[in-house]
Design a protein around this ligand. Sequence first.
Ligand SMILES: *Cc1c(COP(=O)(O)O)cnc(C)c1O
Length: 452
Amino acid sequence: MQTKILLDEGEMPKRWYNIQADLPRPLDPPLHPATGNVVTPDDLRHIFPMELIRQEMSTERYIDIPDEVRDILTLWRPSPLYRARRLEAALKTPAKIYFKWEGVSPPGSHKPNTAIPQAYYNREAGIERLATETGAGQWGSSLAFATGLFDMECTVYMVRTSYDQKPYRKSMMQVYGAECIPSPSPRTRSGRMMLERDPDTPGSLGIAISEAVEDAASHDNTNYALGSVLNHVCLHQTIIGQEAKQQLAAVDDYPDVVIGCVGGGSNFAGLSFPFAGEKITGKRPDTEIIAVEPAACPTLTKGLYAYDYGDVAGLTPIMKMFTLGHDFVPPAIHAGGLRYHGASPLVSRLAQDGVIRSVSCYQNEVFEAAVTFARTEGTVVAPEAAHAVKAAIDVALQCRETGEAKTILFNNSGHGNFDFSSYEAYFAGMLIDYEYPVELIKESLARLPVTG
Ligand SMILES: *Cc1c(COP(=O)(O)O)cnc(C)c1O
């Protein structure tokens, strides 16, 4: 029996899959944060290059990957698909567990899959610097890696709690040539406002996004780059699911269950959209697709499907998505990449339409699953990816009860080699199983800019 299913470089997908082509109804358009009017390409020009704006709004089913981008992606792609045989044996499950391993990229996660094309299109448009936010540091180091390859500068606003918890991510950005600043920072108006309100704030992705957008909008040579949420980011990640489909076909298999963790939704989208497309169009109507999120930041499981800002200061377009309210500051859990108040509009629509379903889990059970995984499969996964591991184990254990030999596919979105302080906290019994109080979510939602 095979452990790894590998593709040749020549078999790497040549196009991204755009699920907008297969939605039964078009997405609700993003609205301008100041006027409430539908956003036009012109509104986005001061922070994004035209090609990415085009991709954001495109309903073409496939979009070609530029040769220069494909060439860089071969540094680590196609990524391996693993059959987790030792985990299956430990769980005594009749299920087959496969995982796509995205930790093989140089920064260690799926995020360079979009960082490379984003840096490429910005450089093609003559942009010299990119400003961005980062949660756990995975996105910041991915964009730092990408901008370095294209001789561009990079400024990263890193959420304060992660900046303190994961100092080596900051060092990695420095090695790649980027500048990393803890957020909120005194460098921007939005940052100064937040610091005034609460000098000890742990920060959040929503605040860091406000800072990066403000930086980009106020400098002509600088654009903004977002590591998740937006349609073009989900698009770039679909290389994961397309590869996985080819790899499973090579062993004559197809998933009954597809699982990914959701922060903004990009790695989940990347693995699941090619399968969700076949579900929507009726080719494979029975695939179960599960999004996993932390109980401390339960966007899809407890949020509202409504128009909301993508950031705290209200500088980004207003998007129709599942949200906990744009000023929601989630507790400082160790899966920093999952601390976002919203979720990708595309993932949100699929959740609203019942194409996918969502579950949430607590920190301790997530790390317990990650330790089981490390002790069977060897890899120490990122705290974010551990959420997908936990859900995959749960499905496999249900299969043990029912005797079903389901095929489970999950996205192992990154390694945890910089996250050992989180594992230490788990072993020391110091992880808190936060469940965010529903009343606070309601308060936050009451401050939504518009409803409908
Ligand atoms: C950033 C990150 C996530 C969460 O972001 P998504 O856009 O939801 O994928 C998940 N896993 C890892 C390893 C990450 O770095």
